[in-house]
Design a protein around this ligand. Structure first.
Ligand SMILES: [Zn+2]
Length: 383
């Protein structure tokens, strides 16, 4: 007992004598920027949905503490949680997870924009187009991968990449940026979807022909840019395009949308999930920080465009990641319980008009309904 007291007093004296210096590097971030307060009752003209694939709370924490205890994500005041289980499995995959966001339904793992009956459902992106909004998608995976695919395609299986690419001809999406050139231009059926999209009026380009930074997004009304032949590189391997693509997409939307025409934009940080599957902490951290750069760009934009609702969430957590005892700031002991997704609840961050809708505890499918409510579409529902 006495030894304990002696030890505690020693520890107390140590704390007092060290003062603040003991906590160097541990201060909370001092983000000085403040997001605009939404106008009460106003609908959102634009909705930007940012999906960090596999981004659970531990991935966010790992990114935060590995980035000098600072993330753009900290600027959000409205935070909620969603239940992300699939129709047939408590552990969702990205296809069922994204279909919940895009169509408002629980479906089976592997389903792309279809219900449990494998029949297609109307997506929020398709509805936005039909209502005259501009639409866009940006991802650090292939553009036909589960998350973006679920907004634009209808397929019983996420693996049917060539069929999913064909569905890009059936919509009028205005801008898309992601990998997967081979599913458009080097297909097993020898159809050339890139040429067909050009014939539909798209300015089609890719990593091989042109840098994304060189594209004048104001000069083209429809743009498809393919960033890799198959999967894009990771940040660790040198990928830098996601924040650039986010900027280009915002510039595109700002230039081409008219006063009474809004837009729907989905941006995915896809490879946080891949780091989780690989059980690689550094992979997760680098992708998380890259995705946070996108969040920063979007939030800076909304300060000039307060009619824009921003939602940041994940489809699920990946890896069962925990940050363990012995971790220090910038030197985390990360351990995994799985090389697949887990059933953890995931957070939802929101700002802008109608963002209060996203407070609280709800189903992943409610994200869809809340986005439609935020757009003010409930009165004249098309579905
Ligand atoms: Zn995954």
């Amino acid at each position: 007992m006495i030894r304990h007291i002696t030890f505690l007093s020693f520890f107390f004296i140590l704390l007092v004598s060290c003062g603040q210096t003991k906590f160097v590097g541990y201060e909370p971030s001092n983000m000085s920027t403040i997001l605009p307060e939404p106008v009460e009752g106003a609908f959102a003209q634009n909705v930007i949905l940012l999906v960090g694939d596999g981004m659970g709370l531990s991935q966010i924490t790992a990114g935060l503490y590995s980035n000098g205890n600072k993330l753009a994500l900290e600027q959000f005041k409205n935070i909620g949680l969603h239940k992300n289980y699939a129709y047939n499995d408590l552990i969702t995959d990205s296809a069922a997870g994204a279909t919940a966001f895009s169509c408002g339904i629980k479906t089976y793992n592997g389903a792309i924009g279809v219900g449990p009956d494998t029949l297609g459902r109307y997506t929020i992106l398709e509805e936005a187009e039909d209502r005259g909004y501009l639409t866009g998608m940006v991802t650090s995976s292939t553009i036909v991968h589960a998350t973006p695919a679920s907004f634009i395609a209808h397929n019983e299986s996420r693996r049917n990449y060539e069929e999913i690419a064909l569905d890009f001809l059936k919509t009028d999406i205005d801008l898309f940026i992601g990998g997967g050139n081979k599913f458009f231009a080097r297909r097993t059926d020898e159809k050339n979807i890139t040429e067909k999209l050009k014939a539909k009026g798209y300015y089609m380009s890719n990593y091989f022909d042109e840098e994304l930074t060189d594209i004048d997004v104001k000069a083209h009304k429809k743009i498809g840019y393919l960033t890799a032949d198959a999967d894009p590189l990771s940040v660790e391997q040198g990928r830098t395009y996601l924040p650039v693509a986010a900027k280009k997409a915002l510039e595109f939307m700002e230039h081409h949308c008219t006063e009474d025409q809004g837009y729907f934009l989905m941006i995915e940080g896809a490879q946080i999930d891949w780091g989780g599957h690989a059980n690689k902490g550094n992979y997760i951290v680098s992708e998380m920080i890259d995705f946070d750069k996108v969040i920063d760009i979007v939030l800076e934009y909304t300060k000039q465009h307060p009619e824009t609702l921003v939602i940041v969430t994940a489809d699920h957590e990946t890896g069962g990641l925990a940050i363990n005892k012995g971790s220090t700031m910038n030197n985390l002991d990360m351990k995994f319980t799985s090389d697949y997704h887990t059933g953890d609840l995931v957070p939802v961050f929101s700002a802008g008009p109608q963002s209060d809708l996203f407070l609280g505890f709800y189903q992943n499918t409610d994200i869809y309904h809340k986005m439609r409510t935020a757009f003010g579409w409930l009165k004249d529902s098309k579905i």
